[in-house]
Ligand binder design. Sequence first.
Ligand SMILES: Cc1cc2nc3c(=O)[nH]c(=O)nc-3n(C[C@H](O)[C@H](O)[C@H](O)COP(=O)(O)OP(=O)(O)OC[C@H]3O[C@@H](n4cnc5c(N)ncnc54)[C@H](O)[C@@H]3O)c2cc1C
Length: 241
Amino acid sequence: LCDAWEVIGVSQIAARAGAVAPSARTRVRRHPERARYEPAAIADILDGNFLCHLGFVARDQPFVIPTLYGRDGERVLLHGSGASRALRALDEGFPCSVAVTSVDGLVLARSAMHHSVNYRSVLLLGVATAIVDREEKVEALRIIVEHVLPGRWDEVRPPSEQELRATLVLSLPIDEASAKVRTGPPKDDEADVELPVWAGVVPFATACLDPVADPSVPADVGLPASVLALIGRTRDGAAAR
Ligand SMILES: Cc1cc2nc3c(=O)[nH]c(=O)nc-3n(C[C@H](O)[C@H](O)[C@H](O)COP(=O)(O)OP(=O)(O)OC[C@H]3O[C@@H](n4cnc5c(N)ncnc54)[C@H](O)[C@@H]3O)c2cc1C
């Protein structure tokens, strides 16, 4: 998948990217006109997703692990079993990278090589630190649960002391980050535009299907408010989370 290279002036790039300067590592070089660096644009993409891919190198081997996250202001919160290799590696202070992606559509061009996708993605770089204070840890877990499904925390049993001890919670600052956004139709070569081939965008949306109750749920326990709100939100056609 690739796109025709667009020539774009530096001032245009700066205007689109906002006033926030990227680091040397997060400056988007390939298609810089798609870059967004302003915190609000990055927060928006982080808030529209709850799945990230966590990359790190442990003993010379790069790993990429899918995992849930939550956003708390200017930091991303990750959690998992204290036995998780990924989280233990991060806890040891290894640098990591977190990628979050929304796929908004298939971009179908007239030529094979100009196919693409419309997307909004974020890349964070940094070093995560463990949250050890008990109250802060509970709050971080609450934020992760609420990030995935708003309203759920108050509907369920809070973590026990044993669960808290067995869980590692890490905080990664959002201070070295980039977002990249592709929108719009395919960018075919001029010579291909006359080809009798359908081209365009097939937009994507994520939607929830009907919830399926666990068989052990008593018959008189109905859908909770969090799930009703989630279903309502996606059935109304809003972007699903
Ligand atoms: C769903 C999806 C599918 C894609 N498919 C392809 C594909 O098949 N082939 C392909 O070549 N590219 C694809 N891309 C684009 C890809 O993510 C890279 O942007 C591109 O490959 C350039 O990589 P690079 O290392 O040369 O970027 P560079 O511009 O050299 O990267 C420099 C810095 O820019 C930032 N950056 C780069 N890409 C992104 C990004 N996507 N989101 C946020 N920050 C970013 C990072 O901070 C990075 O360190 C896809 C992107 C998405 C979201």
